[in-house]
Design a protein around this ligand. Sequence first.
Ligand SMILES: Cc1ncc(COP(=O)(O)O)c(C=O)c1O
Length: 491
Amino acid sequence: MSIQKIDHDAALFDLGIDSLGAMSIAAALEDATGKKLNPELIYELDTIRLIGAHLDSVRTPSASAVTSGVSDSGSSEGASNKETPNPTSGTEDQAGEDPISYFTRLNRKVNLAKEQGVYPFEPEICSHEGVWVECEGKRMLMLASYEYLGLLGHEELNRAAEEAIADFGTGHHGSRLLTGTTSNHCDLEFRLADWMRAEDAIVFSSGYVANLATISALVGPGDYIIGDSLNHASIVDGCRMSGADFREFKHNDMHELTSLLLESNGRRTLVIVDAIFSMEGDIADLPSVVATCKKHKALLMVDEAHSMGVLGETGSGIQEHFGLAPGDIDIKMGTLSKSLAGSGGFVAGNRQIITYLRHHARGYIFSGALPSVYANVAIAALEVLRNEPSRVTQIWKNVEYYLAGLKRLGFDTGTCETPIVPIMTRTNDATLKFTQLCRSEGLLVAPVCYPAVPMDAPRLRTCITSSHEQPELDFALDVLERAGRQCGIID
Ligand SMILES: Cc1ncc(COP(=O)(O)O)c(C=O)c1O
């Protein structure tokens, strides 16, 4: 296509530009104009006309500004859940511009979608009963929830919350280290260590904080971190925050992991992987990761946010799933906000590591305690899970039934093998239309586009729980089939 034929108002990504293309365009524009353009802004601005107008408003940077403002993601696969557009990056370039118009320009797509009534995020749930929710004036089947074991609203968990509020109130007295620790926290840490087959555990105010605080406490400048390229954003943020030399290996590729380990040059090395990958729904090849880490004397940390309550016969996670030995995984991170239907995060592992974290993890020391109520809710959830392991078996029966149904209909579910089931949609427009059609028929699904996944791999993310019953899965498949045909995602 010649330059003259490109419509200045066409969306660049509809012309087939992907994240790598955006980076090349930004580099070429910088070469041509001397003005720095964050490639993520190309996604926000989207058309040649808007990018041109934006560049007109950008001052030529001073020499010192040239090295700032471009995403430094080293992702080998373009997966960019680590690339949250940073509106402040490059602000030096926009000196003189009214900051509100700057942010308004970045919000262009969001504002437009809201005006057109097609904004798909933050659907407002007014109430829920089992797997059904009241959302935006409509009864919908929830097919996008992380609460894999159907414990949200469980009477034992609700009772535990009420008891803790009666005992300790709704908040805390301060950070855990000073005055925020209650008997519920201590009890929960003891039970989590036992559940995760570890020596000790430490509870944080969220899973995100657990990853950030733990990784940045365990390694620092001069150390070396290697992560799977599809790791969750909270892991990536922790790796970056640590200041250690941070590299990524191609998803589940042991050959690349080994090559990177060979470059450790005697530095203290931490390898981090998700147990279940949150956007793909596949499982880490952990036996190989364990063997490789042992050979190279690297510490291994595994994020069990989506595997806890899901993998292993009793739901204790990836160690049980693969029959690994105690101690094969040095550090297990988990969240209380998914299977355990509460809120908070934790890390379980070797006692010396946990003791060290209590005294060095800044997100633990300089933040108020997880409210005691959530510690007690997690205790109750673990107890329900211990008494009812059939919940775990039921998830897998549901996954098998639902996945077989999707495959029969011709949907592309990628490498999924767990309750997180992506449905590939090829374009952002199709993703949004598919989402809307499903919701209009009473099926609550979640659209996932860049930057949560690579630009060329948008999808619906659906999640299966142990509480879905066969007629509900049939209803979901029925709606997905009609909507999928209407959007051209299946024939
Ligand atoms: C893999 C993974 N790790 C960590 C987190 C953060 O957990 P939390 O929601 O408790 O902050 C998430 C949340 O979605 C996740 O998917």
